[in-house]
Ligand binder design. Structure first.
Ligand SMILES: [Fe+2]
Ligand SMILES: [Fe+2]
Length: 212
């Protein structure tokens, strides 16, 4: 018999998810794409830049966890809720790979992550309240914008940093798959100003987490 989860059950589960995302280092279900690679030599300037870029990507994954959790809270169909939760599991791999890579380079994750998590959770829950098709559209657009962002970071990474490059390449592939899944879940086209506002918000997040 399948257990029915109440809103309180789900909120408790989400609080646990938040603590795992922000607190302990998450366990990945797939090995890191960088796991088998030789540790390459990065000079101090290259290393500093790689840490900053991977910190931005780590914060992006913190936001992804929060968005998916928020959207699953207010999703109307159980099917879409399961889709969000499944995608959150895959995003957890990205979170773990980025955290590992930052640690390898003796860097630090963003101190602003709790703030970004809270904001993203609220945005995800609000998107869900607008209906499943809007929520799916929001998700698809987010993932397409992440793919564009990753393309820019793949260009910006210092050339010798093949470990970070392998991680971002696999993430790009996964994010594209998430966008397609969201489209198949019935996403409707989003108005241009909404897409523009989403770009502005992600600029704020990437700009701040690069430095802090
Ligand atoms: Fe991701
Ligand atoms: Fe994704």
């Amino acid at each position: 018999m399948q257990r029915r989860y109440t809103l309180t059950d789900r909120l408790i589960g989400h609080a646990d998810g938040m603590l795992q995302t922000l607190g302990t280092k998450p366990q990945a279900s797939r090995p890191s794409p960088a796991a088998d690679m030789r540790t390459e030599y990065l000079n101090p300037t290259e290393q500093k830049e790689s840490v900053r870029l991977m910190r931005v990507n780590h914060t992006g994954e913190v936001c992804a966890q929060a968005l998916y959790q928020g959207q699953s809270l207010t999703a109307r169909s159980a099917e879409l809720r399961i889709t969000f939760q499944q995608a959150a599991k895959e995003e957890n791999d990205h979170l773990s790979w980025c955290a590992d890579r930052i640690e390898q380079m003796n860097g630090k994750t963003s101190r602003l992550n709790p703030l970004f998590y809270t904001g993203s959770y609220a945005i995800g829950a609000f998107a869900g309240l607008l209906g499943d098709r809007v929520s799916a559209a929001f998700l698809a657009e987010t993932e397409y914008q992440v793919v564009e962002h990753l393309d820019r970071h793949l260009d910006r990474l210092p050339i010798p940093d093949s470990n970070s490059r392998s991680i971002l390449s696999q993430m790009r592939e996964d994010e594209l798959a998430h966008a397609k899944t969201a489209e198949q879940a019935g996403a409707i086209p989003l108005p241009k100003p909404v897409k523009g506002a989403m770009r502005v918000m992600s600029k704020v997040m990437t700009g701040l987490s690069y430095w802090v």
